[in-house]
Ligand binder design. Structure first.
Ligand code: ADP
Ligand code: MG
Length: 316
């Protein structure tokens, strides 16, 4: 069964095209991640899928129901965690949950039981009686995921839930999502962070209102396996070194990192001795060299570059 089917979706604001013929099929039980830079149209797409925004053209089908023909049925199947915080900081975590439970029509007794279950699920049982104003960003987002876990939903959609999180908070949220997914929930996670996409079964890259690739992380990594990166740890960084590394790398991408430089190359065995010899010549010794396979973040970059390049060539 398909959980979400999006067909030829177009969204224009005034004269400006925001979504350009989006097609998407997400199977039931999938962990799907939509990755794209700011402004690429991710939030617009999920707000249409959740029935919050109307498209200009196209169709969206959820578990076999059209979102325009059966909006209430569709809404009862989707839990939605929007980008902006929406829980009340003046209430406790538990009070927030009871409020949302009542909005969704649960009886008092059912609401109390449900609150207990979702607090436990999101690792918030010990903080249930604290005011949300005292919560960390990670805790508040986990509470908001809890509010979305209304009984009966089959799809959980989250719009950039980990933005601004430290690695520990990010891991905690992603682990909870993986657990919820294991229990059968379809997850649709929107992010602009490559690390978030690593846990997905299927990842789609979005750029300028179009989905430019959709595949599993492992298939993408196999496809782009030649895009290795040499990580060099250096004490000194300056534009001379950066330019020299680019020259050695025949003009291919070299980026400055927190610790030194990252050199993207197809044949590291060829480039590596040249880099060593150059650093030796300028009397600069690297404290670490590491050859790393491409991350999804790297692949996203290469993919969008490749597409841009192809388009430019077509336009010539
Ligand atoms: P993302 O979530 O990927 O950052 P959005 O879907 O929020 O991207 O926005 C995509 C584009 O649509 C942006 O250029 C944004 O300015 C524009 N946009 C979003 N909402 C509106 C609106 N209500 N009116 C006009 N333009 C909008
Ligand atoms: Mg957004």
């Amino acid at each position: 069964m398909n959980a979400i089917v999006v067909k030829n979706l177009i969204k224009d604001y005034e004269e400006i095209n925001i979504l350009n013929r989006i097609n998407l099929i997400i199977e039931e039980g999938e962990f799907f991640t939509l990755m794209g830079p700011n402004g690429s149209g991710k939030s617009t797409l999920v707000s249409i899928i959740t029935g919050t925004t109307l498209p200009t053209q196209g169709a969206v089908n959820i578990h076999g129901s059209d979102i325009f023909d059966e909006p209430n049925k569709v809404k009862s199947l989707i839990g939605y965690v929007p980008q902006e915080n929406f829980t009340s900081p003046r209430l406790t975590g538990k009070e927030n949950l009871l409020y949302f439970a009542q909005l969704s029509g649960l009886s008092k007794k059912a609401a109390k039981e449900w609150t207990k279950v979702v607090l436990e699920k999101m690792g918030l049982s010990d903080d249930a009686s604290k005011l949300v104003s005292k919560y960390s960003g990670g805790m508040r987002k986990r509470l908001e995921v809890a509010t979305a876990l209304v009984p009966g939903i089959k799809i959980l959609i989250l719009d950039e839930p980990t933005t601004g999180f430290d690695p520990a908070a990010r891991k905690m949220l992603l682990d909870s999502l993986l657990e919820i997914n294991r229990e059968g929930m379809t997850i649709f996670l929107v992010t602009h962070i490559g690390e978030d996409a690593e846990v997905a079964k299927i990842v789609a890259f979005m750029k300028n209102g179009e989905i430019i690739v959709q595949d599993s992380p492992s298939a993408l990594k196999t496809k782009f396996k030649e895009q290795n990166a040499i990580d060099i740890k250096l004490h000194i960084r300056n534009s001379d070194i950066h330019r020299a590394l680019e020259r050695i790398n025949k003009g291919r991408r070299v980026i400055e990192t927190k610790e030194g430089y990252k050199v993207y190359c197809e044949s590291p065995e060829e480039i590596f001795p040249l880099i060593l010899s150059y650093l030796n010549d300028i009397g600069c010794s690297a404290s670490k060299f590491e050859l790393n396979p491409p991350s999804l973040e790297d692949i996203f970059f290469f993919h969008t570059q490749e597409k841009t390049q192809k388009k430019k060539e077509e336009e010539k």
